[in-house]
Design a protein around this ligand. Structure first.
Ligand SMILES: NC(=O)c1ccc[n+]([C@@H]2O[C@H](COP(=O)([O-])OP(=O)(O)OC[C@H]3O[C@@H](n4cnc5c(N)ncnc54)[C@H](O)[C@@H]3O)[C@@H](O)[C@H]2O)c1
Length: 271
C-alpha cells in the first residue's frame, strides 16, 4: 500500500479539471502537492485556492519536466507520488490531420507521460518506494470516430503503464503504477486549443470529447476522479475506473476481437 498522508505528490495538468480534482483530494488526504501546468496564471490561481505549490512546466519538453523534478526535490527533498495527467483533447478526422496535429497531440499526451516516467521513476526508486498514476481514457478501450489521434495517445499511455507495472513487479521494485481510465468528466478539455503552441496549425479543433459517451454514461466531477485516484493509489490498484457502467461497450469491442480470432483456424507452418 502507498501512504498518501504525509506524501509529496506532483500532479501535471494540475491547474484545471481532473488534475485539479486529484490534487484537491490528495491534499484532503494529507499529502503535500505540487501542481504543474503550462498555463502560468491558471496554475498560480489554482495553487493559491487549494493550498498547493505551483510550478510552470510544459510536459511535452523533457527539460521542462526535469526542471519540475529539480524544483520538487529542492523544495521537499524528494517525491512519493507522480500523477502524469496533463493532456489535450481536440478532435478531427484522421484523413484531415496535418503532421503539426499529430506532433502536438503526441508530444503532450504521450511524450508528456513518457517524460514523467523517465524523469520521476528513478527518484521514486531512490526514495525506496512510491506511486505513478498515468491518465489514459476510456478512449483506450472504446475508440470512436473523430478522436483517432487522441485514442492513439491514450492507447500508448495504457501500453506504457501496463508494461511498466509488469516490469516493476518482475524487478521487485517498491514502485507501483496505476492506469487511470476516466470516462466523461466535466472539465475544460473542450477548450484544449488554448494551449496549442504558436505556429502549430491543422485540422484538430475543440470538440466535445466525452459527449459521445453522454447518452449512456453519467458525467462526473473532477473531485470524483480525485477520490477514485486516491483510493487506487492507497490500494496499489493497477486500473482506476470512473465509469464501471461503460463495461458493456468495452466487452462488446473485445467480443468483436474474440470473434475475429475464432474466424481464423490455426495455420500449420510449412504446409
Ligand atoms: N474530461 C474528460 O472527460 C476526460 C476523459 C478521459 C481522459 N481525460 C484526460 O484527463 C486529463 C486531464 O484533462 P481534463 O479533462 O482535466 O482537461 P483540462 O483542460 O481541464 O485540464 C488539462 C490541463 O492540462 C494542462 N496542459 C495542457 N497542455 C499541457 C502541457 N504541454 N504541459 C503541461 N500542462 C498542460 C492544461 O493547461 C490544463 O490545466 C487529460 O490527459 C485528458 O486526456 C479527460
Amino acid at each position: 500500500m502507498t501512504r498518501v498522508a504525509g506524501a509529496v505528490a506532483v500532479v501535471t495538468g494540475g491547474a484545471s479539471g481532473i488534475g485539479r480534482g486529484i490534487a484537491e483530494e490528495l491534499i484532503a488526504s494529507g499529502a503535500s502537492v505540487v501542481v504543474a501546468d503550462v498555463e502560468r496564471s491558471a496554475v498560480e490561481a489554482t495553487a493559491a485556492e487549494i493550498g498547493a505549490v505551483p510550478v510552470v512546466a510544459d510536459v511535452s519538453r523533457l527539460e521542462s519536466v526535469q526542471a519540475l523534478a529539480d524544483a520538487v526535490v529542492e523544495r521537499f527533498g524528494g517525491v512519493d507520488i507522480v500523477v502524469n495527467n496533463a493532456g489535450i483533447g481536440p478532435s478531427g478526422l484522421i484523413a484531415d490531420l496535418t503532421m503539426d496535429d499529430w506532433h502536438w497531440i503526441i508530444d503532450v499526451n504521450l511524450y508528456g507521460v513518457i517524460h514523467g516516467v523517465h524523469v520521476f521513476l528513478p527518484l521514486l526508486e531512490a526514495r525506496g518506494g512510491g506511486h505513478i498514476v498515468n491518465t489514459s481514457s476510456m478512449a483506450a478501450l472504446t475508440p470512436f470516430q473523430t478522436i483517432g489521434s487522441y485514442a492513439v495517445t491514450k492507447f500508448g499511455v495504457a501500453a506504457l503503464t501496463e508494461v511498466l507495472q509488469a516490469e516493476l513487479a518482475t524487478a521487485g521494485s517498491p514502485v507501483k503504477a496505476t492506469l487511470l481510465l476516466p470516462g466523461s468528466i466535466r472539465t475544460n478539455i473542450n477548450q484544449s486549443s488554448r494551449n496549442r503552441p504558436e505556429g502549430n496549425t491543422g485540422a484538430l479543433s475543440d470538440a466535445k470529447i466525452g459527449l459521445e459517451f453522454s447518452n449512456s454514461s453519467r458525467w462526473l466531477e473532477p473531485r470524483d476522479v480525485g477520490r477514485i485516484t486516491v483510493r487506487a493509489i492507497e490500494h496499489d490498484d493497477a486500473f482506476a475506473v470512473t465509469h464501471p457502467d461503460r463495461w458493456p461497450a468495452v466487452a462488446e469491442r473485445f467480443a468483436r476481437i474474440e470473434a475475429a480470432f475464432a474466424q481464423y483456424p490455426p495455420i500449420e507452418t510449412g504446409a
